[in-house]
Design a protein around this ligand. Structure first.
Ligand code: ASP
Length: 411
């Protein structure tokens, strides 16, 4: 990516924040603000639509090519093992940090319950027990691949692509043409992603302007403590723990990583969707961070749906926050339940905005907390989703670098 595009994205973000502030200041009565918001909404939606357009072909082709090439290098078993190992360890670390901070700062203890009930909103998400969630999750993995591709069902596409990749490997030379075709298709898709990225400064500007202008600030006021703790710990995980882990395991420094990852982190922040960001994440991981395509093509798409440190951390903290609001003290065993369900909930959450809110029902239910409490979290979710999605995406890029170093010794 040319350096100027990085600068343009940053400029777009700053412009978007200022524009959003201006719209909020003018208020919805001012026709200029209304029209401006309409245009921002349109541009932002089209930008996300473009990223989603390339999502299904990209996930499918990158995993097929990734799996098929891994076997060629006879490292497949190692990559699998290190990838899953990293995903589990980094989420566990995130949840422990989240629980530690939530216990220490106890956000929500001072918040009056009256306010809590006032802000209650009707909730549409269905209640799911752990077993129902597990059934739903496993049932959703095996889907008609054409339906999955058409609907952008990333988890099901990942599963089918893994099978196709494995079949290509098993067939050896027999399926060589299919592999070459898929490889070329992947290159072609990445070229389109490059074109879409040229529009990203505009997309980021529009999305941030809309976000800032449409948040109900007064509602957020009383939740500032919770927001502060969540954002603070998510940033500690993303800017201290993960980079430290990266440095210790690979020797890749803070600056080198963030310079290469910047484009994807900003897109994740602006879109609040790991899946929509995936094309950019893949590009940054391969082209700026120099991870081999067969490793990035496997770790990044899988991570976009299954590796969400920010979401795991948030789910655990939100459960403790709700417990505080409800005046319930969670004991060690209950916090352990929160730990495990947060991990499953983060794996099960698709990489779309506010997905973590839906799977959080499971975490709350695991310790008998009122599911309705989600209503108080909804108004601030859009804000918190920005930072947690950024850390989710960062975890996928760091995971790729670590897996590459552990399997090939290359930085
Ligand atoms: N928006 C997050 C993501 O796409 C998922 C979540 O809601 O936590 O990574």
């Amino acid at each position: 990516m040319p350096a100027s595009l990085n600068a343009q994205i940053l400029l777009g973000a700053l412009l978007g924040l200022s524009l959003g502030g201006l719209f909020a200041y003018l208020g919805p009565e001012a026709s200029i603000a209304r029209q401006g918001l309409y245009v921002c909404d349109l541009i932002g939606t089209v930008f996300i639509d473009m990223l989603k357009m390339v999502l299904s072909p990209l996930v499918f082709s990158s995993i097929v090519v990734g799996v098929a090439n891994l076997r060629l290098h006879s490292q497949m078993h190692l990559v699998w093992r290190y990838t899953l190992g990293f995903f589990l360890c980094s989420s566990a670390l995130a949840i422990l940090l989240g629980l530690g901070a939530a216990n220490l700062f106890a956000p929500g203890k001072g918040l009056s319950l009256a306010l809590f009930t006032q802000t209650r909103q009707p909730i549409t998400a269905q209640n799911m027990s752990l077993s129902e969630f597990a059934t739903h999750f496993f049932h959703g993995l095996f889907v008609n691949p054409f339906a999955a591709l058409a609907q952008g069902n990333v988890m099901a596409i990942v599963i089918f692509a893994l099978l196709v990749g494995a079949a290509i490997v098993a067939g050896g030379e027999r399926y060589r043409n299919i592999l070459v075709l898929t490889q070329e298709f992947l290159e072609l898709t990445l070229r389109i992603v490059g074109w879409i990225m040229r529009l990203s400064p505009l997309g980021v500007m529009a999305l941030l302007a809309k976000l800032v202008a449409t948040q109900k600030l007064e509602l957020m006021h009383s939740l500032l403590q919770f927001i502060g703790v969540v954002v603070g710990t998510t940033l500690v995980h993303g800017f201290i723990l993960l980079p430290l882990l990266l440095y210790l395991l690979t020797g890749v420094g803070f600056l080198r990583f963030f310079r290469g990852a910047r484009e994807a982190l900003m897109t994740a922040f602006a879109t609040s969707s790991s899946s929509a960001t995936l094309p950019v994440t893949l590009r940054c991981t391969e082209q700026h961070l120099h991870v081999k395509p067969e490793i990035a093509g496997f770790v990044v798409p899988l991570g976009a749906t299954a590796n969400m440190d920010g979401t795991a951390l948030y789910e655990a903290q939100a459960a403790l926050f709700v417990a505080n609001l409800a005046g319930v003290d969670l004991n060690f065993g209950q916090q352990l339940a929160v730990f495990f369900t947060s991990m499953v909930a983060a794996i099960g959450a698709p990489g779309i905005p506010s997905a973590g809110m839906v799977t959080m029902i499971m975490v709350l239910q695991s310790v008998g907390l009122p599911v309705e409490a989600i209503a108080i979290l909804l108004p601030i979710d859009r804000l918190l989703d920005t930072v947690r999605t950024m850390v989710n995406v960062e975890g996928d890029m760091i995971g790729s670098l670590i897996v590459q170093k552990l399997t090939t010794g290359r930085k």
